[in-house]
Structure formats: C-alpha cells, structure tokens
Ligand binder design. Structure first.
Ligand SMILES: NC(=O)c1ccc[n+]([C@@H]2O[C@H](COP(=O)([O-])OP(=O)(O)OC[C@H]3O[C@@H](n4cnc5c(N)ncnc54)[C@H](OP(=O)(O)O)[C@@H]3O)[C@@H](O)[C@H]2O)c1
Length: 198
C-alpha cells in the first residue's frame, strides 16, 4: 500500500518521503526508484511530512502513533482497516473505529480517514473506463480534509467527504465488505465502489 501510494503521489508531482524501519533495503524496491521519492527512517519521514499516510498493519498502528506524539498539527491519513487475525472481520467497530482510536493516541494530529475502501490495484489505477472510483473520506478538521480531498483528486479518485471522523465507523465495515467481495465472492482486486445520484 505504502509503496504504491508513494509512487502514485510522486508521479502526480508531490515530493514523497517514505518512512521505513529498514530504509536501505526498502529504497531498493523498483516502485521507490523515483526522483521525487526519498526513503528514510520512520522518525525522519514524520519530521519532514506535513501530511503523513499511515500505511502499516493495524496491530502496529496505535503504538506507532503514540510513540511519535506530539504530532504538531500533522495531517495523519489513516488508510488502515482494523482486521482480525484471520482477516475475515474487524477487531473493533460500531461504537468506535480505528481512525477514532488513532486520533485518541496521536496527540496533536489532525486525523483523516481515507484510502481504506479500495485495493492497491485500484490505488494504482482508479479509472474504470470513463468513471473514477469513489474514495470516501472523513475527519473533524475541515482544512485537513480539504488538503486530503485535493490529494485524492490528484491520485485520480472521485472523493466524497462523508463528514466527521466518526463516519469511519461506517467506512471500515465498508472496506470489510470490499475485502469479502474481493477474496471470497470472486470479484478480485480490480473493482471499485462508485455512487449514483439523482
Ligand atoms: N493492501 C491493500 O490492498 C490495502 C488496501 C486498503 C487499506 N490497506 C491498509 O493499509 C495498511 C497497510 O497495508 P499493507 O498491505 O501495505 O501492509 P503490509 O505490507 O503488511 O505492511 C506495510 C508496511 O508496514 C511496515 N510494518 C509492518 N509491520 C510493522 C510493525 N510491526 N511496526 C511498524 N511497521 C510495520 C512495513 O514497512 P517497513 O518494514 O519498511 O518498516 C511494511 O512494509 C493496513 O492497515 C491495511 O489495512 C491495505
């Protein structure tokens, strides 16, 4: 997820700093060989980035955001889904969400939930003929959401602002439905959500 996102962002013209526990090894990956991408330690990436995409497994997320607090107003984009150990359900939901738990642990950050309801393959190319895949997002800080909305457009998605961060309680189960359709109902990973309106 992080590699694909980094390359797409770099191709869209953004300067990207990828944080890794092993930057030398990660920097060798062909996806990250790009003049706009630098691969550095997690600490250096966090220090450099005004917008930080959290693309690590759910079980490492809360310790990570807590360890690096305070976040000094950084926009934290939570791409995660709080999957259980067997990847067939969510570890939490309905009364809270991964995004809200991250906001509680990431003191001083502005958390936006986005990019959790599509596969890496759709991230790589969100276009389906004339239609762009919808990307739902939510958060409590309007300026942070505007910045993330612009980035989603630059990535080629049709973004929909769903409102407050609490809406992550709906977006995370939607991602679980996506995973279920992709893995257990034969859809595969080259399909996306869209919306119809009249
Ligand atoms: N894959 C998808 O299609 C997809 C779609 C939507 C959302 N997501 C969400 O995006 C997030 C990342 O997914 P992914 O498939 O890219 O996961 P992944 O390949 O398992 O992990 C991504 C990176 O996280 C770092 N990492 C792994 N374990 C860690 C730990 N214990 N502590 C700190 N860093 C750790 C590793 O980077 P380093 O070794 O370089 O540090 C790893 O390359 C997940 O929360 C997932 O739910 C994924």
């Amino acid at each position: 997820m992080g590699r694909t996102l980094a390359r797409r962002l770099a191709d869209a013209g953004y300067r990207v700093v990828v944080g890794s526990r092993n930057p030398v090894e990660k920097g060798q990956h062909p996806d990250l060989k790009h003049d706009k991408i630098e691969v550095v330690s997690v600490e250096s990436a966090i220090e450099a980035a005004p917008v930080c995409f959290l693309a690590v497994p759910w079980n490492s997320m809360l310790p990570l955001v807590q360890q690096h607090a305070p976040w000094h107003n950084t926009i934290l984009v939570d791409c995660s889904n709080p999957l259980n150990r067997t990847f067939d359900g969510l570890e939490l939901g309905h009364h809270t969400s991964a995004a809200e738990e991250i906001a509680k642990h990431a003191q001083g950050a502005r958390v936006v939930k986005a990019l959790n309801t599509a596969s890496v393959e759709v991230m790589n190319n969100p276009r389906f003929g004339d239609t762009a895949a919808t990307m739902f997002f939510c958060g409590d800080d309007e300026a942070a959401k505007n910045s993330v909305g612009d980035i989603l457009i630059a990535l080629g998605f049709a973004p929909i602002d769903c409102g407050a961060l609490q809406q992550a309680r709906n977006l995370e189960p939607l991602a679980m439905l996506y995973i279920h359709l992709a893995v257990r109902r034969g859809f595969g990973s080259h399909f996306g959500f869209t919306t119809l309106k009249r």
